[in-house]
Design a protein around this ligand. Structure first.
Ligand SMILES: Cc1cc2nc3c(=O)[nH]c(=O)nc-3n(C[C@H](O)[C@H](O)[C@H](O)COP(=O)(O)OP(=O)(O)OC[C@H]3O[C@@H](n4cnc5c(N)ncnc54)[C@H](O)[C@@H]3O)c2cc1C
Length: 474
């Protein structure tokens, strides 16, 4: 019998497996095999989507292609490595201190861990992934100068040396099994006893263990818990969140910005419009976002088409937008935001009562919509992003319309952490309330999104949770 089974080897699972393995525990890590390749990066099998509980949930016409492999979706990532700002951890109490009580029906909560408590774990992760800013480029220099000209304080984005977290497993003596976990098994008193999984040959197997760490990313983790009958009285799947990242483009009138000389890990950022760093009185929203001007590498056909959205015929001189972008893409600069989203009880992941995966198990169903505050936050941030671009020399700016992104690249929530079991599913160490031996790691446990990328916080929390589990098991 294994001491621990880790489900999923993205960055969260890799770190958990490393820490537990190095603590001398016997660790089996089960990672889904990509067959056929091209499964949704954050949510295989592809979930169905709907906007509200009155709508019919529909399968996606073209689920985003991605990876199911050791390394997880971080392999697709820019590897930007940010600590969340302090405000994100105390969103409710800091808001009430400054602006007065939140409405009684607000789902905004503080995290059960402070920025100061997490700081030593961020230190460990940054050391392990070798996080540091990438060298400046002509584009980031131009945008730094423009930000400083507006009285802002630009800084170079930190990034991990590599998006591949797999080398962190080296020396940890972890047995890696290529299979898909389909259920968490429990004993007579509710304690975890093992997992059920489908192996590469399609056979259903079980494996016994003393503890399970669920690290399958947001939607698959929620689905696995629900398929295992672990709903925490309806709290698993609630308060699902997405970053709804957006961009604003600017045309630099024939100047080759050389954005394609490096990837998006090279970026300059400003934090003036993040969290509560500006007065929100009368604005109708909380939070904000880091704004970033990133390098992008060469643009794919899809990126070129996306950059044409929102472009007016006045800017293109009457030409078709997609054709104009292809002719001018070298001089298009972009600012990008990852805005806070507030938790809402009606944004939910549950099991679809109709649609099933090829093995006959229900797929996940996402019910997700944006609220008025999401639109007001977007308007506010997009205006600042446009101002930044214009101060850098853009003759005109444009932006695609805001769209709900239930399957964006940064997903959160659904297994919320908290001190009170009535308000949450796990504690700050990822320990599932009332189920001995069950730990959940990854951004499904985040009570809020923050206004920056999640991966370093995922890694720091996973390191802390696994260290605690190792202590609990020894
Ligand atoms: C294109 C893109 C760009 C991004 N850029 C950034 C960035 O710059 N900065 C940042 O902070 N974040 C970024 N992110 C987000 C970041 O990559 C994810 O938040 C992070 O990888 C999540 O880590 P995880 O280990 O929780 O999940 P994942 O990385 O998704 O890994 C989960 C693993 O579990 C496996 N799995 C799922 N279900 C099962 C099962 N039932 N049985 C066995 N295995 C299973 C999956 O195959 C996968 O390998 C980006 C994401 C994408 C897609």
């Amino acid at each position: 019998m294994a001491d621990v089974i880790v489900v999923g080897l993205g960055p969260a699972g890799i770190i958990a497996a490393r820490v537990l393995g190095r603590a001398g525990l016997s660790v089996v890590a089960i990672q889904a095999e990509a067959a056929p390749p091209g499964r949704a990066p954050l949510a295989a099998p592809a979930p169905t989507l709907r906007s509200t509980s009155d709508d019919e949930a529909l399968p996606q016409a073209a689920p985003p292609a991605g990876l199911d492999t050791v390394g997880g979706s971080k392999l697709l990532a820019a590897a930007q490595a940010y600590r969340l700002d302090d405000w994100s951890f105390e969103m409710r109490s800091a808001t009430e201190r400054r602006y007065g009580p939140l409405p009684p029906d607000s789902d905004v909560v503080d995290w059960p861990i402070s920025a100061a408590e997490l700081a030593p774990w961020y230190d460990i992760v940054e050391d392990a992934v070798d996080a540091a800013p990438r060298p400046a480029t002509a584009w980031t220099d131009r945008m730094s100068l423009a930000a400083a000209g507006l009285g802002w304080e630009p800084f170079a984005a930190p990034a991990a040396a590599s998006p591949d977290a797999a080398p962190l497993l080296v020396g940890s003596d972890v047995e890696v099994v290529r299979a898909t976990v389909t259920a968490i098994l429990r004993g007579s008193t509710g304690e975890v006893t093992g997992v059920e999984y489908v192996d590469g040959a399609g056979d259903l197997r079980t494996r016994a263990c003393g503890a399970v760490v669920v690290a399958a990313s947001v939607v698959p983790s929620i689905r696995l818990l629900l398929l295992s009958g672990l709903s925490a009285d309806g709290r698993v799947g609630r308060w699902f969140l997405s970053h709804n990242a957006f961009v604003v483009h600017g045309d630099f009138a024939g100047i080759d910005l050389r954005r394609r000389d490096a990837g998006p890990a090279s970026a300059v950022a400003v934090s003036e419009f993040e969290g509560d760093r500006f007065d929100h009185s009368g604005l109708g929203f909380l939070g904000g976002s880091l704004l970033q001007a990133a390098m992008t590498g060469p643009w794919s056909a899809q990126r070129l088409d996306a950059a044409a959205e929102g472009l007016s015929r006045r800017t293109t001189g009457g030409a078709d937008a997609a054709t104009w972008v292809r002719a001018h893409h070298r001089s298009i600069g972009t600012v990008w935001a990852q805005p806070d989203q507030l938790p809402r009880a009606d944004n939910v992941v549950d099991l679809d009562p109709v649609h099933r995966d090829p093995s006959g198990r229900p797929v996940a169903r996402i019910t997700f919509s944006l609220a008025g505050d999401d639109r007001r936050r977007w308007e506010f941030l997009a205006t600042r992003a446009a101002e930044w671009l214009r101060n850098a020399g853009a003759r005109t700016t444009w932006r695609p319309p805001l769209q709900a992104q239930p399957l964006g690249t940064h997903l959160y929530g659904g297994v919320r952490m908290g001190q009170d079991p009535v308000e949450s599913a796990v504690d700050s160490f990822g320990r599932f309330h009332g189920v001995p031996g069950l730990v959940v790691v990854g951004s499904s446990t985040f009570p809020s999104t923050g206004g920056r990328g999640p991966v370093e916080t995922i890694e720091a929390l996973s390191w802390r949770a696994a260290s605690r589990l190792a202590d609990d098991l020894r």
